[in-house]
Ligand binder design. Structure first.
Ligand SMILES: NC(=O)c1ccc[n+]([C@@H]2O[C@H](COP(=O)([O-])OP(=O)(O)OC[C@H]3O[C@@H](n4cnc5c(N)ncnc54)[C@H](OP(=O)(O)O)[C@@H]3O)[C@@H](O)[C@H]2O)c1
Length: 348
């Protein structure tokens, strides 16, 4: 379905302070963007913040503010979500499912098309188990599947956008908040990653945040709806071996001397590491290990993701080289932010 979009539409953006939202704000220059903020404020040219809460009726706005907003908005972009695997299931479902239903009701009232940001990992069924200690990936994935279903059932003209793991900007590495992949590669840089629960040839599918932003912004401007867009590395995603090599090469260029981790199976972690070492680890480290197990389980398939972001006007597919460069930029930014660089690198 194609809808005529004004040359400078007014956009309602949820999740503007988050990873995808921040990258998107840069791409929406020239549009009036109303951000439904929650805790963190946002700023920018032609950007207005409106404090709300998607878990409350009428997006947490009073009746007059809700109606006024609905009368002004031309397009809705929904990025807000609970993304952590260790968050209480009630909170996850409140925002990801009921919050999406509230956004759909708003889009219907505003007669505005919806760009709904989901995750590529909705397709990875039966790879994870219910719980890795405190990490419960299926709670998050289940909520994102239910949200997609709500979009499909709503009758609201919409696109569903499914990124894989989002890393920082492809050039600067900048990101609103470091992600699980940063934590794993960061542990390697610190020489604190003796074991990695992955197969060496597993593809690690990630995309730079500017690709996700380009896809969403392109869809906002195109006016087409009814599509599903996989924003993934797909066939170009590098293997775990390659990602580890890239992290080590970066470490060496920073004057660090990281060792390569040993690739191990989840089964080995369960049989040998968990019973012997887990109880002795501090709570924060146990949680990090559980998060890493939950995340790496989602890569355990030979099947690459589909990749359709290049179907959006102005967006080209990324090569393996592009993805590798983006990973290095992202980890270089991480290393600087965490003070992992040698003094000469900081001076540069
Ligand atoms: N990051 C990834 O690797 C990744 C990968 C694939 C798909 N995705 C999807 O991409 C979308 C954006 O993810 P992200 O990584 O950008 O998320 P994020 O960085 O965790 O940000 C979440 C956003 O949701 C807002 N929010 C939280 N509770 C809210 C509430 N009750 N009402 C209104 N807003 C609320 C937050 O605002 P405050 O901070 O002010 O609370 C924040 O702006 C999500 O749909 C996610 O599933 C992300």
């Amino acid at each position: 379905m194609s809808i005529t979009v004004k040359s400078a539409p007014t956009i309602l953006l949820t999740g503007a302070s988050g990873v995808v939202g921040q990258a998107l704000l840069e791409r929406l220059a020239g549009c009036d963007v109303v951000c439904l903020t929650h805790r963190k404020p946002v700023a920018g040219h032609r950007v207005t913040g409106l404090r709300g809460d998607l878990t409350l009726p009428r997006l947490g706005l009073d009746r007059a503010a809700y109606d006024d907003l609905a009368d002004r908005v031309d397009v809705v972009v929904h990025c807000a979500a609970v993304t952590g695997f260790s968050v209480d299931p009630g909170r996850t479902n409140d925002l990801n499912v009921r919050g999406t239903e509230g956004v759909l009701a708003f889009a219907r009232r505003a007669q505005a098309p919806l760009q709904h940001v989901s995750t590529a990992f909705v397709a990875r069924r039966d790879l994870t188990r219910d719980a890795y200690g405190s990490a419960r990936p299926e709670v998050y994935l289940g909520s994102k599947r239910l949200a997609e279903q709500a979009v499909a059932d709503s009758g609201v003209p919409a696109n569903v956008i499914r990124p894989s793991v989002v890393i920082g900007d492809s050039v600067t590495g900048r990101i609103a908040q470091f992600q699980g992949l940063h934590a794993i590669a960061g542990a390697l840089l610190r020489n604190a990653l003796p074991l990695l629960p992955l197969q060496p040839d597993t593809r690690i599918d990630f995309v730079p945040q500017d690709l996700v932003a380009a896809v969403v912004a392109g869809l906002v401007r195109s006016g087409t709806t009814g599509g599903e867009y996989w924003v993934t590395g797909g066939d170009a995603a590098p293997t775990a071996t390659r990602v580890v090599e890239l992290a080590r090469a970066l470490g060496e260029s920073l004057g660090l001397e990281p060792d390569l981790p040993r690739f191990v199976s989840h089964d080995m972690i369960d049989r040998l590491v968990r019973p012997v070492f887990m109880a002795a680890l501090p709570k924060a480290q146990r949680r990090r290990l559980d998060d890493m197990l939950a995340m790496t389980a989602l890569f355990h398939t030979a099947e690459p993701f589909a990749g359709t972001s290049h179907h959006v006007p102005g967006v080209r597919p990324l090569t393996t080289g592009d993805l590798e460069d983006a990973f290095t930029a992202s980890m270089r930014h991480y290393a600087r932010a965490k003070g992992l660089t040698s003094p000469s690198e900081v001076a540069a």
